[in-house]
Design a protein around this ligand. Structure first.
Ligand code: UD1
Ligand code: UDP
Length: 364
């Protein structure tokens, strides 16, 4: 029997910390691995820095698709992947999360009758105005292996009629990466480097629902300035909304420190040392849950409710944000807190085991 080929498809920032532990764990199995980067994200701080800092092997292939509308970007990934999959005939395609590169790879694999595994399957916000929800639904429908991070995800897949044999509760590979690297998260070094003194909160904002529409942006600026009236706000700003936010006066407050996106190690150091986080990111809701940093999620819903039931997360609106920040700042930090089941640093090896079983190979 020839060595089965596993193709991993990554492309956007949140994919990289999820793929790192899977690539490492699967390297102990007799499979050939090919790492594809679609090029959806391409700035050093949105992409290359993760490979350097997390020891991820350099991509074997970079499709270089870059930015574009949903249709143009997804289609460009599909065209390039179809050619690659036809040439390389993978035994399995592994896709991560909910970005356009994820759904593009799923669609191509399905049409070529190549099985695919979805890491982070079954998350649902039930909000179809989010492009990620569309990507999740399609990807899960087409995947042969549904690898879940939380029990609510298992329930969603069951409700959608997915056969239980396809669903595997493996835990959270993003948290593997966090736990593996946490000794490198040096808050003092990052704040010194950035010239930040005293207490601060960290914010990340990039969802279309917050930063695309000028009316939303105006509300966001008001809400965040009301936070900055209370405490310094450090924002490693995603490129998506930068121009619109700047134009709307977002940067114009003495307590707003707007910086470029940070490398993973520096970002996690900054978060660890913060009093709280205000975010619309998916991954950051999970990371704060493990670090015990209060997280205020500026969204009407979350596909990660386990970070509320077992973590530090709460959903907030722009209208109540400043009051919620005041409450959090006035409340002593919990010394102990629940964490979600199987967010224990071993998701990568569980995923490798499921893939190994599926391909009929055992750990070397
Ligand atoms: C994408 C994902 C989103 C994820 C986010 C993580 C989709 C539909 N969305 O959103 O789920 O939360 O990544 O960060 O896949 N840009 C740069 N440099 C880069 C990358 C992007 O300047 O390296 C700018 C471009 O102007 C681009 C815009 O950011 O048009 C948006 O990038 P895109 O990948 O389309 O979506 P994100 O908002 O990053
Ligand atoms: N992140 C980072 N530097 C930053 C902001 C985020 O390294 O300046 C990391 C962080 O670990 C986060 C991950 O990138 O969980 C993905 O974040 P993003 O918010 O872009 O994507 P999402 O999880 O919302 O899809």
């Amino acid at each position: 029997m020839s060595t089965p080929l596993v193709v991993h498809v990554t492309g956007a920032r949140p994919n990289f910390p999820k793929a790192a532990p899977v690539l490492a764990a699967l390297s102990e199995y007799p499979v050939e691995q090919l790492l594809v980067h679609t090029g959806q994200h391409y700035d050093d701080k949105m992409s290359d820095v993760f490979f350097r800092q997390l020891g991820i092997p350099l991509p074997d292939v970079n499709l270089g698709v870059g930015s574009g509308s949903h249709g143009a970007q997804t289609a460009a990934v599909m065209v390039a992947l179809e050619e690659l999959f036809v040439e390389r005939q993978p035994a399995l395609v592994v896709v991560y999360g909910d970005v356009n590169s994820t759904v593009a790879a799923s669609l191509v694999a399905a049409k070529l009758l190549i099985p695919s595994a979805h890491v982070e399957a079954g998350l649902r916000s039930f909000d179809l105005t989010m492009p990620e929800e569309v990507n999740r639904l399609v990807t899960d429908r087409l995947s042969s292996l549904l690898l879940t991070t939380s029990t609510d995800a298992i329930a969603h897949l069951g409700n959608e009629g997915v056969h239980p044999d396809k669903i595997h509760f493996v835990g959270n590979p993003m948290i593997d990466t966090l736990l593996k690297n946490q000794d490198r998260f040096d808050s003092a070094a990052v704040t010194a480097e950035l010239g930040i003194e005293g207490d601060y909160i960290v914010s990340t904002l990039h969802r279309p629902g917050n930063v695309d529409d000028p009316a939303d942006v105006a509300e966001l600026v008001k809400a965040m300035h009301a936070v900055a009236d209370q405490i310094r706000v450090v924002i490693p700003l995603h490129p998506r909304g930068r121009a619109r936010l700047q134009e709307a006066g977002f940067f114009d407050h003495a307590n707003m420190t707007v910086i470029d996106p940070l490398g993973y190690i520096e970002f996690m150091g900054l978060v660890r040392g913060s009093r709280a986080v205000v975010t619309d990111s998916g991954g950051v809701q999970e990371e704060t849950t493990i670090l015990g940093v209060p997280c205020l999620t500026l969204r009407p819903n979350t596909e990660r409710p386990v970070t509320i039931t077992h973590g530090t997360n709460q959903l907030v609106t722009r209208e109540v944000l400043a009051d919620k920040v005041a409450q959090v700042l006035a409340t002593p930090r919990a010394e102990t807190w629940k964490t979600p089941p199987l967010w224990d640093g071993h998701a990568g090896s569980r995923i490798a085991e499921v893939i190994g079983d599926y391909l009929g190979v055992v750990q070397a």
